[in-house]
Design a protein around this ligand. Structure first.
Ligand code: GDP
Length: 299
């Protein structure tokens, strides 16, 4: 992750306040401008950056009325608080990750093509298998040739039962059949992988709604490539508007992800990030820690 680059830029901007002889409006504006540029370069959504700037400024100006507190510290804390509050979806993520055993948790994965859904479905299943769950995978991706084989291969490697079809072309039908089969076999974690799609593809969005109607997921997870950049907000929002997205998993956080997309995804879906993918291997998957993330983001 190249988060530190942004952290350095923000630190430099804050140092600018320290070095200035007086901390007037001009100096504060210049500092905030640098901070906002750093955030934008890290792919944080422009609207979010604008809101953050306004809020930090209000807090800094209020501090003027206080008793000579260190303004740099105040600005620094205000920026960290603002980023933290963007990442706070208001939803208790423990409720989403502490799945109950012995009942059929049906988890549907959605996202853009290539986001890492198929890989993440298996990682997710393997994570809960280690915790004593009985996971199963359903491939409802009939769009991409080879999707079923890929899921099969991953599932076999991790010892997770799977379901799919080479002949059925309706993903909603396959999804329903798979979920019914694994419900009957008393699996307590049934993971449904779906085709990748973009918000411009209305027919594919309708198909995704159909899958959701047929399987009645207990949780819909939006999988997002961490390096998606400024497109994150609009894409995430389109998925949220179409199906009940309840959580986000960010993938490829080992690569060139600058981190800003994470903030956009949370803001757009009002859902927490629950896990991150940190590599192509099945064990390169971890819980998302908002605090640590902010710490890295701000250096
Ligand atoms: P899908 O189209 O959304 O199902 O995406 P896939 O699961 O096929 O993943 C697309 C590519 O991203 C594959 O080459 C995966 O190995 C890779 N990938 C998935 N997750 C990660 C990750 O966390 N880190 C890295 N480096 N690669 C990943």
């Amino acid at each position: 992750m190249v988060l530190n680059e942004m952290g350095q830029k923000i630190s430099q901007a804050l140092a600018f306040i320290n070095n200035a002889e007086t901390l007037d409006e001009k100096v504060l504006d210049a500092c905030l401008k640098e901070i906002c540029t750093a955030l934008l370069q890290a792919d944080v959504n422009a609207k979010l950056v604008f809101g953050l700037r306004t809020n930090v400024k209000i807090r800094a100006n209020n501090a003027d009325k206080g008793a000579g507190l260190n303004k740099r510290k105040i600005v620094e804390k205000a920026v960290a608080d603002e980023v933290t509050s963007i990442l706070d979806s208001g939803v208790d993520e423990k409720k989403l990750t502490d799945l109950k055993k012995g009942q059929p948790n049906v988890i549907m994965f959605v996202g853009l093509q290539g986001a890492g859904k198929t890989t993440t479905c298996t990682k997710y299943g393997a994570y809960y298998k280690k915790k004593g769950f009985k996971p199963a995978l359903v491939c409802a991706d009939t769009f991409r040739a080879g999707a079923f084989d890929q899921l099969k291969q991953n599932a076999t490697k991790m010892g997770i039962p799977f379901f799919g079809s080479y002949s059925e072309t309706d993903p909603a039908v396959i999804a329903q059949q798979g979920v019914e089969k694994f419900r009957a076999a008393k699996h307590d974690l049934i993971i449904v992988d779906t085709s990748g799609r973009h918000k411009q593809e209305e027919a594919l969005f309708e198909e995704m709604r159909q899958v959701a109607t047929n399987v009645q997921p207990s949780l819909v997870i939006f999988v997002m490539d961490g390096s998606i950049g400024q497109a994150a907000f609009d894409q995430a929002k389109a998925f949220k508007d179409a199906v009940e997205v309840g959580a986000v998993i960010m993938t490829k956080m080992d690569g060139h992800a600058k981190g800003g997309g994470a903030l956009s995804a949370v803001a757009a879906t009002k859902s927490p990030i629950i896990f991150i993918g940190t590599g192509e291997h099945m064990d390169e998957f971890e819980r998302f820690e908002a605090k640590a993330f902010v710490g890295r983001l701000l250096g």
